[in-house]
Write a new protein. Structure first.
Length: 196
């Protein structure tokens, strides 16, 4: 989550995945992606990594490839250069067990550097923009945009803060969230998600 202050509160940079993507086509997401083999080479002594690992609730060696991937992906997808020390742990989501494609996703956040500009630099998205979280949530509720649950919850959390700085100063409990399929009161299947 790349965040900044706008005219009426915090904003976040989002991208819409192209319709041809195998997973989550035409879905609004935050910049990010998978861990590459080279991401495992990040030294455990990297400034800020110990603090990030503590916030994530994992060891420094376990956090290193995720931190490296976040920094690399943000630069690849929107041209913004971050350091590991810029990253803040926000959440840890795992795709429900019944899904054919499963992901273990860490939501990290960082403030937009004042001397840089975010631009859509990836072929994986066809639109990118700075948005107010509440505006995007309203469009999602109206059926105008598609988002996955981790994105929706992250936007709901961001909408509760008056500034990007306050959001980044927040230290939420980061615990694994694994939605499960259950039978609802009406007998229809629903996803149950317990947040930390």
């Amino acid at each position: 989550m790349l965040v900044r202050d706008g005219g009426s509160g915090p904003e976040v940079y989002v991208q819409r995945r192209v319709a041809s993507m195998a997973f989550a086509p035409s879905t609004v997401v935050f910049p990010g992606g998978g861990v590459d083999p080279a991401d495992h080479a990040l030294p455990v002594s990297t400034p800020g990594l110990a603090e990030l690992a503590s916030a994530m609730g994992v060891g420094v060696a376990a956090a290193a490839p995720y931190a490296a991937a976040a920094v690399r992906e943000v630069e690849e997808e929107c041209g913004v250069r971050l350091s590991v020390a810029d990253l803040r742990g926000r959440a840890h989501w795992v795709t429900p067990e019944f899904e054919p494609r499963r992901y273990d996703t860490w939501i990290l956040a960082a403030g937009m550097p004042a001397d840089q500009e975010a631009t859509g630099t990836t072929t994986e998205s066809d639109h990118s923009a700075w948005v107010r979280p509440r505006d995007l949530l309203d469009r999602h509720i109206a059926g105008e945009v598609r988002m996955l649950p981790p994105t929706v919850v992250s936007l709901e959390q961001l909408a509760g803060f008056g500034s990007a700085a306050a959001f980044l100063a927040d230290r939420p409990v980061v615990a694994k969230v694994l939605p499960v399929l259950v039978v609802g009161a009406d007998g229809a299947p629903v996803l149950r998600t317990e947040l930390p």
